[in-house]
Design a protein around this ligand. Structure first.
Ligand code: DI6
Ligand code: FE
Length: 410
């Protein structure tokens, strides 16, 4: 694994003697090609298919023998709060001793305690603290990670979080996409005035974040304990005016119509979705909004209401699967284990899980043209696995069969 990022220009390389799960929409299922090969020039795929069909003039290029191993697109974790300071293991212990999430919050815990820790940390502290979490994801073949702000809740600290997230891409060979989540929680200094805080997020913080190009998308938390659809739309209106795509934490603990709101703004994704109903699913399908399923949070907070996977299938909503790595409700840094949870807890199929961390996760980040499948034109982001069948990636718990990881051809 590279410690520092090298130049993207790496010449021509061919990976041969591979079993490909291309995840291409032009092929059924996982898009399997037995006896396959992938060729890349300057970090972009120029060919992925049967080895017998490799363009003859590429024969002299540098080749890597995959030894008959399976090759998938590099995995994509499309929903994380990876940049945070400290942890909340103490709250975990309180909850194990019987305290409710609300009681923990009243005792000074919850999101606000992570806000305190993050505000006390420097940008360099945040990078240093986040790298082990990023390394854990990358060790399992992850090549793209989305990272949200949302523990700063003022301009200085939201900007600091997003700069730290951007800095991670200089420290490791990985693609980082950032989302501004200013509308995550109410900071203590807002003194209970949600409307005034949302006004500040929309009119002051977001424009400054956008001016510094710190965010690739704008997120929000639409929930009784967070913000109403009306409040979220104020932020989304500004995002739209600034040309930034939106995504939304919706229907996690209740249904306030968050998915319909997200769909109205053409959101890239709506995430969590335990309480989404048929109308919400239909609206998402129509808007092409990806459903991001987050089994880690469901598991960790012992939620019992499952996201309506069958409704999403019936409506034709694309589904992604992500860790939601955060210190409060999903301290999870394994995308492989996340797939196992999605399958075991929500009965998602192996194909749905694998599409959910590749092609559909790319769509949830607006990166469908760049990554998520093994197809000509995409970045050469690959994961090479020591497995007999792709289902092993979903089936195992706590075992990492990664053989090699390739980011943009290297
Ligand atoms: N949904 C969640 O599950 C997390 N944020 C959100 O919008 C909770 C984050 C935390 O408790 O720190
Ligand atoms: Fe989240």
């Amino acid at each position: 694994m590279g410690v520092s990022k090298t130049q993207a220009t790496v010449g021509t390389r061919i990976w041969r003697n591979a079993r490909l799960a291309t995840m291409s929409p032009r092929l059924p299922g996982l898009g399997v090609v037995e006896r396959g090969a992938v060729a890349a020039v300057d970090g972009r795929i120029i060919f992925a298919g049967a080895e017998a069909d490799l363009p003859a003039d590429l024969a002299a290029a540098e080749t890597i023998d995959c030894g008959g191993r399976w090759v998938t697109p590099g995995l994509i974790d499309c929903h994380t709060h990876l940049v945070h300071a400290g942890n909340r293991a103490n709250e975990f212990e309180m909850r194990l001793a019987g305290a409710t999430y609300e009681e923990v919050a009243r005792a000074g815990g919850g999101i606000v305690s992570s806000v305190r820790s993050l505000r006390a940390a420097s940008e360099a502290d945040l990078v240093r603290e986040t790298l082990p979490r990023l390394d854990a994801l990358m060790a399992e073949g992850v090549t793209t990670v989305e990272i949200k702000s949302g523990y700063g809740l003022d301009l200085e600290n939201e900007a600091k979080s997003l700069r730290a997230a951007r800095q991670l891409a200089n420290e490791r060979s990985v693609t980082i996409r950032t989302s501004f989540l200013g509308a995550h929680a109410l900071p203590p200094e807002a003194a209970g005035d949600k409307d005034a805080f949302i006004g500040k997020v929309a009119d002051e913080i977001l424009p400054a974040i956008a001016a510094e190009n710190l965010a690739d998308a704008v997120d929000g938390f639409c929930e009784g304990i967070a913000f109403s659809p009306e409040q979220i739309s104020r932020v989304f209106d500004k995002a739209t005016a600034l040309g930034l795509p939106v995504k939304l934490h919706a229907d996690q603990l209740s249904n306030l119509g968050g998915t319909a709101l997200a769909a109205r703004y053409g959101a890239l994704s709506a995430d969590h979705l335990e309480y989404t109903d048929q109308d919400g699913a239909a609206a998402m399908a129509k808007a092409g909004t990806v459903a991001v399923i987050l089994p880690g949070a469901y598991y960790f907070i012992r939620e019992t209401k499952k996201p309506p996977i069958q409704l999403f299938r019936d409506a034709g909503v694309k589904m992604a699967v992500a860790t939601d790595c955060n210190p409060g409700t999903s301290p999870l840094t394994s995308l492989l284990l996340t797939m196992n949870m999605a399958a075991t807890l929500f009965s998602m199929t192996v194909e749905e899980c694998l599409l959910g961390v590749t092609r559909n996760a790319a769509a949830a980040l607006g990166l469908a043209g760049d990554t998520g499948t093994l197809e000509a034109g995409k970045w050469a982001d690959l994961a090479v696995w020591d497995i007999e069948r792709p289902a092993e990636l979903v089936y195992r718990m706590g075992f990492n069969p990664l053989h090699a990881r390739v980011w943009r051809g290297q």
